[in-house]
Write a protein of this length. Structure first.
Length: 200
């Protein structure tokens, strides 16, 4: 049986290329964000900041107001950035995938993603041919328009692309438009799955 051909692999940042940071911050400092009602509120705020409708500072102020987190916006920002660690197994593997185009597409709290890429030395062309940030695009996952924007930027069709993301809802969305998708767990799991495809 012939392997499906993949011309581009698109990686998420938090939970894939890096770990810790935002999700760890929410679990530790904002347990109210994790209730059913809290999740609805935090998702709405995330979506607004991902699209650039509110600034990063406004996002943190809202978290303070809505959830009672007793930290300043600067403290929240610094905690998240400081604790984002790169996935060394994956970042060592990516240069070996270079038959395909390699892109990063991330929802970002303001322009934090760019800061994290710079501070963790992940912004070089050695890793990514293109970087797509939601706040620059004014489009965010998991909307169809956001994925179509990335595909157009990479000049590929949906069936030629693989999205790698830690959130199952984002992978469900890409599959609806004909893309391939991997719900990322770790670099070993990713390597096993990507070997089932032909990179071109």
């Amino acid at each position: 049986m012939k392997k499906p051909k993949i011309e581009a692999i698109i990686f998420d940042l938090g939970g894939v290329i890096t770990h810790g940071g935002y999700l760890d911050f929410v679990k530790h400092y904002c347990t109210a964000c994790l209730t059913r009602e809290g999740q609805k509120k935090i998702l709405k705020l995330e979506y607004e900041v991902n699209l650039g409708k509110i600034t990063e500072s406004q996002f943190y102020k809202k978290i303070r107001e809505v959830f009672g987190v007793r930290l300043t916006p600067k403290q929240m920002h610094d905690l998240i950035v400081k604790n984002m660690r790169s996935d060394k197994g994956l970042t060592h593997l990516i240069p070996h995938l270079k038959k395909a185009k390699i892109a990063l597409f991330t929802n970002s709290i303001g322009y934090m993603a760019l800061e994290v890429l710079r501070k963790r030395h992940l912004s070089s062309r050695r890793l990514f041919d293109r970087v797509f940030i939601s706040t620059k695009m004014r489009l965010a996952k998991p909307t169809r328009r956001a994925y179509q924007y990335v595909l157009k930027g990479l000049r590929i069709k949906p069936h030629e692309a693989m999205m790698v993301d830690d959130r199952p809802e984002n992978i469900r969305a890409v599959k609806k438009i004909g893309m391939h998708g991997i719900v990322y767990k770790n670099s070993r799991q990713f390597k096993r799955v990507i070997e089932k495809y032909e990179l071109v």
